[in-house]
Design a binder for this molecule. Sequence first.
Ligand SMILES: [Zn+2]
Length: 176
Amino acid sequence: MPAQAFFPVQPPAMPAHVSLVCPQCTHQASFEAPYWAVPQGEPAPGSGALVEWKGRLVQARFPGLVPWEDPCNAAIHPAARSKTLGVVVCAACGLVRRHLLDWPGDAFFRCDIQGRTLWAWNRSHLQSIQDALRGDRGSSEPSPFGPVKVPRHFLIAKHRDQVLEATARLLQSIRA
Ligand SMILES: [Zn+2]
């Protein structure tokens, strides 16, 4: 099993790849896990120091930005559990910066529909939401996110068309 990137703490159901608004240029950026978990006997993917933690080896993915000893690393500083520590990486402007996730405020795939905010973790989550909106209620479309639950507010017929329109615009505004 190769090394796996991990967040010290993350909201339930949050996937490994999250799209957020770049704090520098507002294009779509990626929120990256700050650490590797390296199985015994496997080569470490990065060049930083390996640290033993709870019987396994860990390594910082961005040692200059988020060291293992980071005060917001909730794995070793339990008081830091309120926010998810990671690194924002933006292909559009080149930004690579330590970041504490503010969700859903940071969400790139987000639209306001009649007073409530619909958000998705990333592009494929948004597409799963669209599928759920288009499909019959109760149908179980296979989705990498498991059954997608869309709040009732967005399922109301007059709102649903707005959601489908807004999310389609959102997807068209970016390149795959
Ligand atoms: Zn950017």
